[in-house]
Write a protein that binds this ligand. Structure first.
Ligand code: DAH
Length: 334
């Protein structure tokens, strides 16, 4: 009997397994009910009790050994299998790397300029309540000035912010003075979509609150920005304007000329393009935010998308956001 055990192990060992078909043959030869292993077990069962005692252990070892040989062969086959699938000559997968969006790059460029003047960067929520987007900024309820900005409402009290001026309120309410900060972000308006306007766009808000801040500081800050961003010879002008949260208020234009058809169209034939609104923070706004009367300040709001269009000669605002890689990758190296 002992010989038979040994023979079985030898037979299993020398069984040639080099394909999955061979492996299956191994299994059918040794491991199934009608296989050699089971045949030996049946034979073992016919032995006397004494012999069973003597040989039981060896039977178990034989069984484990044959199973182990099967497992080793099986591993060999599957790893061969993987190996044969590895083809070093195939071209690799090309993983495209992303890059910064042109609007983000322009915001970064602006941020660097204002940081050099000592402005920090603050951000606020895009879903805003009535107080921060309107009331605190001196837009009374039902006041026609609210119509200046077509609003997407979530409910009576909550809306998508229509401007980044809401973040000014949050900063002033925090009570930490003086404030010298810019607030970049996305804003939303319910407007017809065209090459010049979109239902969402981007602004960089600026706020400077301290003792003795004057309109001169405002002008100087913005002149500096334009010179740095558009170049030292850029022509600018201030026009008196109206915003509920600033008094006096102004808008700043830069001169493009009307030499090309697109400049003519963009500037509506005047050569001048508005790039920002600004003014001295209205005393009512300071009071709404609990700021002491001994402080004054200026604020401004720059339209990022328009400035990006200008700087990079983009003719249609919508191309920024329809995710055409041919358009976006032009700005990869910025
Ligand atoms: N919030 C204004 C708008 O979206 C822009 C603006 C004007 C911001 C004057 C200001 C400001 O901070 O002083 O049209």
């Amino acid at each position: 009997m002992l010989d038979k055990f040994n023979q079985l192990i030898e037979k299993a060992k020398s069984f040639k397994v080099s394909s999955s078909d061979d492996l299956e043959n191994f299994r059918l030869t040794f491991l199934v009910k009608k296989g050699l292993l089971n045949k030996l077990i049946q034979e073992f069962k016919t032995l006397s009790n004494d012999q069973k005692k003597e040989l039981g252990k060896i039977l178990n070892i034989t069984k484990q050994t044959v199973e182990e040989i099967y497992n080793i062969n099986s591993k060999k086959i599957t790893s061969n299998h993987n190996y044969s699938r590895l083809n070093n000559n195939l071209p690799g997968y090309y993983i495209e790397s992303g890059s910064r969006h042109i609007i983000s790059s322009v915001v970064d460029e602006m941020t660097v300029i204002f940081e050099r003047l000592g402005f920090s960067v603050s951000i606020g929520p895009e879903i805003e309540d009535d107080w921060h987007n309107f009331s605190a900024l001196n837009f009374p309820k039902n006041h026609p000035a609210r119509d200046m900005q077509d609003t997407f409402f979530v409910d009576q009290e909550i809306a998508l912010r229509t401007h980044t001026s809401s973040v000014q309120v949050r900063l002033m309410e925090s009570g930490k003075l003086p404030i010298r900060s810019i607030m970049p972000g996305r804003v939303y308006r319910n407007e017809a979509i065209s090459s010049r306007s979109n239902c969402f766009f981007h602004q960089v808000e600026g706020l400077y609150i301290d003792k003795g801040v004057s309109f001169l500081d405002l002008k100087q800050t913005l002149y500096n920005f334009v010179k740095e961003f558009f170049g030292p010879n850029t022509k600018v002008r201030f026009r008196a304007s109206y915003f509920p949260f600033t008094e006096p208020s102004a808008e700043m234009d830069i001169f493009l000329g009307i030499e090309t058809a697109s400049d003519y169209k963009l500037t509506k034939g005047t050569g001048w393009l508005e790039i920002l609104g600004c003014g001295m923070v209205d005393p009512n706004v300071l009071e709404n935010c609990n700021i002491d009367k001994s402080y004054s300040g200026f604020a401004f709001g720059l339209g990022v998308d328009r400035i990006a269009m200008l700087k990079y000669g983009v003719k249609d605002l919508r191309t920024f956001f329809n995710n055409d890689k041919r358009f976006l990758t032009q700005f990869d190296s910025l």
